[in-house]
Design a protein around this ligand. Structure first.
Ligand SMILES: [Zn+2]
Length: 582
């Protein structure tokens, strides 16, 4: 008998069902402000794909890249008027709740058309093989034949059904819409199909939905009543020859838009119940919505329910980005990133005094070419390209505070190279530990302007890139490679500390306690309002005016020297309130 983790893994693999996963890195929507504005995790599909393939739940050989759906396929369901409107940035922007100038319509449509292609290919594949299929973007249930909306420009499910109907499939279709919102568009799209059943559980009342078996659940509905309502829905539903499950991530308690109150375990039990009910009938699983950082855990959990019938939770401390970057970093050799000692023509010219001396190495190790290779391998250039930039270049120089790293890129409509990332770095000690110290960090998206939808955060000169987590994770990998014990910076504003708070903590435990108390006491306010109140001096601590303390925050790579008891004591001691406007 084989025991322990290996045994569990082997047992898991033996019980694994053959599930096929449709995924493309372009499933990440090329909208740099989405995370800040909605609290959405734009990397949801990436995280779920990395987890499912990395944990062995889905064989990496069964991960498929979708093709973009043809316009003719979309035209089976959607009117020419809707399809033409997708070419107009203003129309597309309205469906995603962003400013027209923020989006590159071609790139955004690429994501949408790939997702629709994935749902259609998954449908054909499951009809052919009978094996379950999961598409990591889709379930655009709000799109009607003549109108898109709510992150749904077109209806992937209706388009896929129309396509296989045209190819001769005449069986019963069942759509189980377990997203927290009603399938208003889907009901309209399928109205004329007598062999399509749409059943839905929702947390919002959008009025009568013709053609939909809709159950409205009370606000904050927890696991058990939800699962009871699901069992009742499954009892009413016809037995499908083809099923779609929109396994929405917005059912979680705390979702900004969902209004339901499920736990992660409850969402997994939901998927297990449906997976057992469907058994080996052709089925396509789709993610639907999800407007919290944790939504990827629901989607990855859907994969574990379908492939392994498993209730095993994903470890709370699993950070997909760190895991991914650690693996990529291990594949990058020191010779590729750093100084291999080879002399270039520029070196010789410098040595001969024919050109000014450049700073050749960053932190005594990285070459500019090495940094560019790293940025490429970590996928950062690809993200920047989707935001409309090209011709990337890394340069270094020595500033007063430390070494300056700059990444520039060019874009249509902007003259000359634009600074996209600027860092001022230094190796120094913090609490006796050698760390990578960040004096300055700026992520800039100069193509985008501030607006009501994209308001200026304190300290911002242009809007950000939405790549703060990638940057922080890459800096952590750099610190590891340089054999340092952590990454340290001083957040000049509340929102910077807030965004960093999952990996970073204030070095001083009292300061961390006060910060956690501030996060606790401002939890009801949107981040933008909270950071503005702090910047404007409108916050009182135990009744006294409170000024932001830009102390050092650290991400410790070895162990944290902080005493959690001290943090907790200070957190309980202080209370923050908002002073009335002057
Ligand atoms: Zn939803």
């Amino acid at each position: 008998m084989i025991g322990g983790a290996l045994g569990r893994r082997l047992t898991g693999l033996l019980l694994r069902r053959p599930v096929t996963l449709w995924y493309d890195p372009r499933y990440r929507l090329p909208l740099s402000g989405l995370e800040g504005a909605t609290g959405m995790e734009p990397r949801r599909a990436d995280f779920a794909a990395w987890w499912l393939a990395g944990s062995g739940a889905v064989s990496p050989r069964r991960v498929r890249a979708p093709s973009r759906i043809a316009i003719e396929e979309l035209a089976r369901v959607h009117t020419p008027r809707l399809l033409e409107s997708l070419e107009r940035p203003a129309a597309l922007a309205a469906m995603f709740g962003v400013d027209p100038e923020e989006l590159d319509a071609d790139e955004l449509l690429d994501s949408v058309r790939l997702a629709c292609g994935g749902t259609l290919e998954a449908t054909r594949a499951t009809l052919r093989s009978g094996e379950p299929a999961i598409n990591l973007l889709g379930g655009f249930h709000h799109a009607a034949p003549d109108a898109g909306g709510g992150f749904c420009p077109v209806n992937d499910v209706a388009v896929a059904i129309a396509a296989v109907r045209a190819e001769g499939f005449a069986g019963q279709v069942v759509v189980l819409d377990l997203d927290a919102h009603p399938p208003d568009g889907l009901g309209l799209c399928l109205a004329a199909d007598p062999r399509a059943f749409v059943g839905s559980l929702s947390g919002s009342d959008w009025g009568p939905l013709p053609g939909v078996d809709e159950t409205l659940l009370p606000e904050g509905c927890p696991d058990d009543p939800y699962l009871n309502a699901l069992e009742a829905l499954l009892d009413r539903a016809p037995r499908p020859a083809l099923a779609y499950v929109i396994a929405g991530g917005d059912v979680l308690a705390g979702d900004r838009l969902g209004r339901l109150g499920l736990t992660l375990r409850g969402a997994r039990r939901r998927d297990l119940l449906v997976a057992r009910w469907l058994d080996d009938r052709p089925q396509v699983w789709l993610p639907g919505g999800g407007y919290t950082r944790r939504a990827w855990r629901v989607l990855a959990g859907t994969g574990m329910a379908v492939a392994l019938r498993s209730l095993r939770p994903i470890p709370e401390d699993h950070d997909p980005l760190s895991t991914r970057f650690r693996r990529i970093s291990a594949e990058l050799s020191p010779g590729e990133l750093g100084d291999a000692g080879d002399l270039t023509a520029e070196d010789i010219e410098e040595a001969l005094g024919l050109r000014p001396t450049r700073q050749r190495l960053l932190l005594g190790f990285y070459t500019a070419g090495g940094m560019e290779l790293g940025l490429h391998r970590y996928g950062i250039f690809q993200q920047l390209a989707r935001l409309g930039y090209r011709d990337f270049r890394v340069t270094f120089d020595q500033g007063a505070a430390g070494e300056r790293f700059r990444l520039t890129g060019e874009a249509d409509g902007l003259t000359g190279p634009q600074v996209l990332v600027e860092l001022v770095l230094e190796k120094r000690r913090c609490l006796g530990v050698p760390v990578l110290y960040i004096h300055w960090l700026s992520l800039r998206n100069p193509r985008v302007r501030f607006s009501e939808r994209r308001p200026r955060l304190p300290g911002q000169e242009v809007p950000g890139l939405g790549l703060a987590r990638e940057t922080a994770t890459m800096l952590a990998r750099m610190a590891v490679r340089l054999n340092l014990g952590g990454v340290v910076f001083r957040p000049s504003h509340f929102h910077l500390a807030y965004s960093a708070r999952h990996g970073f903590a204030f070095v001083d435990p009292d300061r961390e306690g006060r910060f956690q108390a501030l996060v606790r006491d401002l939890a009801d306010r949107p981040l933008l309002e909270a950071t503005q109140l702090v910047a404007d001096g409108r916050i009182l601590m135990n009744g006294q005016p409170y000024a932001w303390e830009a102390d050092e925050m650290a991400y410790w790579l070895r162990e944290s020297p902080a005493d959690p008891g001290e943090v907790e004591r200070e957190k309980l001691r202080v209370h923050f309130t908002v002073a009335p406007p002057r």
